[in-house]
Each structure stands twice: as C-alpha cells, then as structure tokens.
Design a protein around this ligand. Structure first.
Ligand code: ADP
Ligand code: MG
Length: 596
C-alpha cells in the first residue's frame, strides 16, 4: 500500500509560514522589506491591536501588474532572482518568494496596487491562500498590502502570541532595525489610530534622533572608513553617554540588520578602558561589502551572517571606531590591562591616523631636577623586570620623587604633570615616568576618603545651593531609605519626603555636582549586586560604588593644580597602586624604556 501523500499547497504554505512569520513582527518585516525592494520613498505602517487584527503597509513603489498581483502570492514567486548565479549578487531584502505566500496562507489579505503608468490599479482579496476576488480599482500608484486577522486559521500560533505590549515592542524593534539603515526613505508608524513615529527622509543622524530622541544629536561620534573590502558609515556614542545595558547596538550589512558577536566585540574593544565597568556604548553602524563575500546560505529571516573576511573586518571596524573616538595608537601602548590584541596587519587603504591629542604644559622640562624627596624602595622598580616591580611599593616605602602638594613639598617645581588624551596623568619619578590612570586613581582616593570618614565624628560635607530631589521605584526607595544612615556617615544630608522621594541638601566635600539621581541609581544597582557577594561588607561595597560613580571620568581636562592634587592624594593612599576594584592605577615607564 502506498502511504506517501504530496501535501496540498495550502498546508505546505501554512507550515512554511511558521518559519517566516512566527509573530506579527515577522509579517511587518516582510511587508516593509517588500516595499523597500519596490523602490518606495515613503512607506506607512498602520497597525491595530499590535498587528493581531490589522497590519497595513502602504508604499509609493513600483506597484504590480494585474497578473503579478495574483502571482505574487504563489510559493517561490519572486521578481528578484532568476537563476542560481543571482544568489551571489543579492542586493534586495527578499529573494525567496515565500513571504507573501506564507502570509496569505495564515491571514485575510487585501492587495491594492498600481504601476505608475497604468490608469487603473487592481485589487486582490485572498484568504487562507485562496483568491477570493480580483477586480480593477482606482488607487494611488504603489502598493497597499492589508493583512487582517493574522493566524485566524492557526489557533495554536494565535494562542502563543504574547500581550499586545510585548508584540508591539517586537514590532517597534523590527521597525527600528529597518528604518535606521534606510534614512533616505520616509516612514510613518501608527498604532490604534495613534502616530508613534513620523520619520522624514534625511540623514542617518536625523533618523537616529527621530527614533531615539533629539538628545542623540550631541551624543554621537561619526564613524566613517573606506577600504577595498568594506565601507563603514555610522555613529557611535561618546564614552560619557554609555549605558548600563547593551540595548542600542545596531550593526547592519548591506542595508540589513545583523547580529555578529565578533564585530560587536570589535566596536566595544575600540572603547577599551574609556568606559566605566559594565557600561556599554550605543552604536548604529552600517557596513557595505561585496555581496559575494557574504555567505548566502544563511537563512534570510535570521540575523546571523558569515563573512569571508571576518578577521580583516574586525580590525578595520575597530580602528574606524577608535579613530572616531579620537584615540591614537599610543592608547594601546599605555593600556593598563594587557588585552589580547588582535593583529591589525597593514593599515587599511586610505586610513590616516588622526593627530594625537595631548594637553601639555609648555613649561614642562623633563630634565628639571626633582631631587629632594629621594627615597628608599624605588630602586627596586628600576631594576626589576617583572611588571609587579613597576608598581610603587605600598605603605611606608612609597615616596617617589614627584611633586607633592604645596604643603608637603613647597620647594618643588609646580609644572611637572601632563595630561595625555584626557585620561592619563604623566609625571616624572626618579624611577622613570609614572603614567597614572586618572579615573582609577581618583576612585582610589575617594574610596579611601569615604571609608576613612566612616565612624569619624567629623563629617566633611558641602551644602548644596539648591537641594536636589530624587525619586525611586517602590523597592529602590525602601532600600535607599535603609541606607540613609550610611549615606550620612559619608557626608550626605538626605531627607525622606515620604513615598519614594528624597531631598539631598549636602554631599561629601569634594564631590563635583553631577546628576545625583544617576549617582544613586547606579549605586543602588551595584549595591543590589554586591550584597550577593559574600566577601564585601555593606559599607565597603557602598563606598566602592560611590567612589566609582563619583570619580572623574576619562575626557575631563584637568588643571595643573588638579593633577598635582590627584597625584599627591594618590600617593598618600596605602594601596595607591590599585583601584578599589583591583585595577592598576599607575604604570611606570622605566628609564631604560625611555632610552629606547
Ligand atoms: P520576495 O520578496 O522574496 O521576492 P515575496 O513573497 O515577499 O518574495 O514577494 C513576491 C513578489 O511580489 C516580489 O518579488 C515582488 O515582485 C512582488 N511584490 C511584493 N510586494 C511588493 C510591493 N510592495 N510592491 C511591488 N511589488 C511587490
Ligand atoms: Mg519579500
């Protein structure tokens, strides 16, 4: 007995539909991509009930002929490739001819379309893959595709859909991934009669602002690079606008959103230690590569891609972002963690290393005598070969010959600190040249100051001219309330105003006025994380967190006085060479190395 059946098309399409369209966002993606492939310059997306009952995409693209309007719903109906060779030169978003067949199999679809040179358009109604009607109609040039009651005949799928808010957020993400990299096309997006986005055609930066807010205009650096294997164009956030989550990280290849852990790592590596711990940059970066250098065997609805030249791309992308951040190669040499550096090889074509940015003191004289505070202990650093010997010895052995605060060493010349790249303070010692990471050094100084204040009667506070209000969520507000006595110890004056509102009227002396809300938000977040670690005491982890938030960040230009204060404060700390989080604060370039 024969037992093999050929599945009817309608069933096959329903099965295939599950792959292409697993939720409303999947249908939205396919319809938007079709509109772009049709050369539209304006595309409008209209939704009802997060796409469950209605998804409509209207475009002003090329439209379809009467017969194409029918054929487009058939499986493997595509105008985009004709033979296998075309597979290696795909420049359109779709090419498998499956999307419309899939959508028509699981929804009630109404298509209205007109080619610009035709006087009449055509309207096709199709339901569960069966054409219900086709008739001429008067309509605008272009295409309007209306998808009603998605999954009406697939209850299992329908029941798997999440709450409207969840489905809508998937659609919004789909919309961002498509619109970000096509700023030359105007888009609108409305849901249940309310306009969520109205994006005019423009530049990529305008598009970013249209989607994420106007404040992004000041937050981004322009990334641009062109070599013979890739063209890179996009934006990466300035280090000071990094975020606590990896949320806004968008990479595109040939106009398509991709996920590529190695390329994302390249971008993050470019920031090296410009970012505070557990902070992530935002970026929107498009790559253009020869389509034949991408593996096309990868499923088109998936976001993974393979590149033939992935190692070269890594290096070029990283250097492009570095260049945008205004870094130069010295930064890598001065790197405080010795990261496994990727071998860049020859500089990509057309790459011009940017001019180093160094703030320097014109009076600085490296040969000026700095005798006067010579000490025990530092010869060790000169002779030693191991890295650890570069460190200043702890406790009583540290007194390198460097300028101290006026009160400590009034006779020393004042002008012996130099800031490099807004991140490092460089100062000569008898044992070589000390390169100090300003952020980590400051973190150490603040930490020691905060922990010393604990339990001491004298609080060092400064009263704020304008008290600052902070608000928290219910849970955070309760936690913050519990921490108030600790905060008082550190020199904060904070009053609970009821609910989850607090008013800050004084801060520890020396704290630069900044965003108080953010300071506390981050502190609470870190504190919640730290309480899970057994080793750190409550006050240790609070102080470490506060020190981290309050420390001067890379990019802050320091005055000569500030640098000297920082250096002398640092060397006054018993554990000067390590930040509270255990990172090296100082590295010493030995005289032998200077000779080279
Ligand atoms: P694919 O995009 O992979 O070719 P689809 O099923 O998405 O497959 O679409 C089938 C065909 O229908 C497309 O190749 C295109 O010729 C036509 N088509 C679909 N949407 C539009 C549109 N908005 N404007 C013009 N033609 C369209
Ligand atoms: Mg398509």
């Amino acid at each position: 007995m024969d037992i093999i059946n050929i599945l009817p098309d309608s069933v096959a399409n329903q099965i295939a539909a599950g792959e292409v369209v697993d939720r409303p966002a999947g249908a939205v993606k396919e319809l938007l991509e079709n509109a772009m492939d049709a050369g539209a310059t304006q595309i409008d997306l209209v939704l009802k009930d997060a796409g469950r009952t209605l998804i409509q995409v209207i475009d002003n693209g090329c439209g379809m002929s009467d017969s194409d309007a029918r054929v487009c719903f058939e499986r493997h109906a595509t105008s985009k490739i004709h033979g296998a060779d075309d597979l290696f030169a795909i420049r359109t978003m779709g090419f498998r001819g499956e999307a419309l067949a899939s959508i028509a199999a699981i929804a009630q679809v109404e298509l209205k379309t007109r080619q610009s040179d035709a006087s009449w358009g055509t309207q096709v109604v199709i339901e569960g893959a069966h054409i219900v009607s086709q008739e001429p109609t008067a309509c605008a040039a272009g295409t309007s595709m209306t998808v009603k009651n998605l999954f009406y005949n697939v209850p299992a799928r329908r029941n798997f859909l999440k709450r409207d808010a969840v489905e809508l957020s998937h659609i919004e993400e789909t919309f961002r991934r498509i619109t970000l990299i096509h700023p030359d096309i105007g888009f609108s997006f409305s849901h249940n009669g309310k306009t969520l986005y109205e994006l005019a055609a423009g530049s990529m930066l305008q598009r970013i602002c249209g989607l994420f807010g106007q404040q992004y205009k000041e937050r981004m650096y322009h990334v641009e690079e062109e070599t013979n294997i890739v063209k890179i164009k996009g934006f990466a956030s300035r280090p000071e606008f990094s975020r606590k989550t990896r949320g806004e990280q968008y990479l595109f290849v040939n106009g398509r959103f991709i996920k590529h852990p190695m390329l994302s790592a390249a971008v993050e590596k470019a920031y090296a230690d410009l970012l505070p711990e557990r902070n992530f940059p935002s970026y929107f970066i498009g790559l253009q590569v020869d389509p034949s250098r991408i593996d096309v065997n990868i499923h088109p609805t998936k976001t993974e891609v393979k590149f033939v030249d992935d190692h070269a791309l890594f290096a070029i992308l990283r250097s492009a972002v570095k260049k945008a951040l205004g870094q130069f190669s010295l930064a890598t040499e001065l790197s405080f963690d010795t990261p496994e550096e990727f071998n860049i090889g020859p500089a990509p074509k057309g790459y011009m290393p940017p001019e180093p940015k160094i703030s320097y003191n014109p009076d600085y004289n490296p040969f000026a005598s700095t005798k006067g505070s010579r000490v025990k202990g530092n010869e060790k650093g000169v002779r030693g070969n191991e890295r650890t010997n570069d460190l200043i010895d702890t406790t009583d052995t540290i007194v390198p010959s460097l300028p101290l605060t006026p009160s400590h060493a009034p006779s020393l010349p004042q002008s012996t600190c130099m800031q490099v790249q807004g991140r490092y303070v460089v100062t000569p010692l008898s044992s070589g040249l000390a390169v100090i990471d300003q952020q980590r050094a400051h973190e150490r100084v603040l930490y020691d100051r905060l922990t010393r204040t604990v339990g001491q009667a004298v609080k060092q506070s400064q009263t704020l001219l304008f008290p600052v209000q902070c608000h928290f969520s219910a849970a955070d507000g309760e936690l913050f309330g519990e921490l108030l006595p600790d905060m008082k110890e550190y020199g904060f004056e904070i009053a609970a105003m009821g609910g989850c509102t607090f008013v800050v009227s004084a801060t520890p002396a020396g704290l630069k006025e900044g965003d108080m809300q953010e300071l506390f938000d981050r502190m609470l977040m870190e504190y919640k994380g730290a309480t899970l670690q057994k080793h750190a005491s409550r006050s240790q982890s609070l102080c470490a967190s506060l020190a981290r938030q309050m420390a001067i960040k890379p990019g802050r230009q320091l005055t000569q006085e500030e640098m000297q204060q920082l250096v002398s404060d640092l060397f006054a700390c018993p554990l000067a060479e390590m930040s509270p989080s255990g990172k090296k604060t100082i590295t010493i370039v030995k005289p032998e190395e200077l000779l080279k």
